[in-house]
Design a binder for this molecule. Sequence first.
Ligand SMILES: Cc1cc2nc3c(=O)[nH]c(=O)nc-3n(C[C@H](O)[C@H](O)[C@H](O)COP(=O)(O)O)c2cc1C
Ligand code: SF4
Length: 370
Amino acid sequence: MYETINSPFDYGGLTLKNRILFAPTSMGLPREQWLARLEAIASGGCAMIIIGDVPVSRHGFTPSLHTSDGFAFYTQLAQRIHAHDCRLCAQLHQSDSNLGAMLKYVPGVLSGRISKAQLRPLLNEQVGPYITGLSVRRIHAITEHFGETAVLAQKAGFDMVQIHGDRMCGSFSSAIYNLRQDAYGGSAEHRARFAVEAVRAVRSRLPELPIDYKLAVRQQTPSYGNAGVLESELPIFVPLLEQAGVTSFHVALANHSALSDTIPPAGHPCFGGEGCFLHLCDQVRRLTRLPVCGVGGLTDPGFIEAQLSAGRIDCAAMSRQLIADPDWPNKVFSGNCDAIRRCVRCNRKCLGGMMAHQGVHCIYEKESDL
Ligand SMILES: Cc1cc2nc3c(=O)[nH]c(=O)nc-3n(C[C@H](O)[C@H](O)[C@H](O)COP(=O)(O)O)c2cc1C
Ligand code: SF4
């Protein structure tokens, strides 16, 4: 009944055993707990796990491949995930937060004068000046870091990399944040240059490595998402990224409006439904023959099978549904769909847990697990 979901697929040169991926998800959990969670997701039957926000520098909230400790962690992770016949992808991430500008908010946050909800728009205000003011020398260093980090990722055992098209790639792509007047700003072709050079830095070092691109799209009507690529600019960005060496696209709404737009709850005015970002995939589909992966509110086996078999998407990525029930794939393949714990998109313990610095959890976990 779910033949397409359970069929192998050549995802940009990497054979996946089925069409279900774990979407990039930063978890904020202690390492052993994180490993155990990822292992449960791998053993639940998905074809590939994408590790969210792997920094391209030595620093970040997620371990860095550039430190011996971080490299050892990812090597162990790859072994444990591969033992379940599951592939592993590193989402290569460069923050667009200006650390210097953030420091001035630290006293306000510590004293409680600035809440976390108030902090986010304050930090977003810094993104434009930061991107616009980065020196070309610094830009080249950062794009080269994408290539250097991909080499380390492959050595550690990752099967592919995903360039995080939000964050710094997304801010360079967006005319809202990128007000540069040089070769990295202005026209859409110029705004694509940073992302294109990041992809090329990987491709020039690793000619065979599959490179996924998280294409962060700014919806125009109604308007949602501020970083990333406008829908009307996709015909420029998609071919440029493809020529640079991208082998597949992972399509989602762009960042830097509210977090609840990119991780939408069930009651969201625009994105509350099943497959809430698939209309963005349709646009990308028309522009490339490369594989397209959908993400966003995908929970229902029948709906997902229909989208895959119709050729609307090639793979379905899930974040919250595999947090709620890592065994979703195996339950679907064994005809046990009624036993699935369906994600109700409440955002209480996953996004809520992350925002409260308690790590990502789910309402279905027993108190003793939390
Ligand atoms: C707790 C949490 C952390 C996330 N971390 C990342 C991340 O590190 N990188 C990223 O690109 N997306 C991240 N996302 C977004 C997901 O990849 C996904 O696009 C989004 O949650 C919508 O999919 P879903 O409805 O299946 O949850 C995160 C989502 C959640 C819930
Ligand atoms: S806490 Fe709610 S939204 Fe988050 S994974 Fe669990 S059911 Fe889904």
